[in-house]
Ligand binder design. Sequence first.
Ligand code: ZN
Length: 281
Amino acid sequence: MFRIHLLSDGTFKLDGGAMHGVVPKALWEKQNRPDEKNRILLAVNSLLIEYQNEKILIEPGIGSGHSEKFASLYAVEKKRSILSDLKKMNISLQEITMVVPTHLHFDHAGGVADWETGRLLFPEAKHIVQKKEWEAAMNPHPKNQASYLSEFLEPLKKGKLDIIDGDKEIVPGVKLVLTGGHTHGHQAVFITPPEKDGETLVFPGDLIPTRAHVNPLWVMAYDVAPEQSIKMKRMLIETGAREAWTYVLVHDPVEAVGKIALENNKYCFNPVNSGLLLSDV
Ligand SMILES: [Zn+2]
């Protein structure tokens, strides 16, 4: 029996242009309004999957213990956090058995450790990372150096690190799929609870960060391999629209959960109340 919860690690902001790559501002600003510094508001959404003795955290979030400079540069706001959400559910940090970041950029894996103290937050958990991602993070290319930060990656070396190479089913019904594109080691998560009769929940990470990115060609400027992003986005959007998958979007600040439909030759994101997700936080 699966129990899947939607968690939040607050919000932050990134440059709107960088988030939309070659898409003209006149198009994206209608969907993601920028502030006076041209930054757009982004959520940090995560999932907790409870299955038998496992408690699996998909995307440990932007984390805590940031410097004042970092918090103001990225306008980090923590009205909610993964830590406060877990506390509300009476789940201790020691009970988390697996942590699965889609990739190791700070807004996805910053939450593996407290940045101030360097303490790993989920000491008993196996941290599952793609080999290509680990290598890129340990020796970042100057293009994406600013997205990989040693404050939280160093403590990870002392934790239980499970480096995988390619797709892997981590428990029956939860599969990690190496997508590449955004980073070479980026992975998406597919959840198909056996008791739910073929229903699929997908966490596409930074391949579809917000509703605006449901267009296969709307790819971020951060992506290291945009052609691969487009190829994997096509698969994620076209197959998912046909098979009525439910998506959880990591950065959408308004609607995290929805389905994709083809309407007038355009893919649209329609929010749904999914029976696969518990709204108990
Ligand atoms: Zn991100």
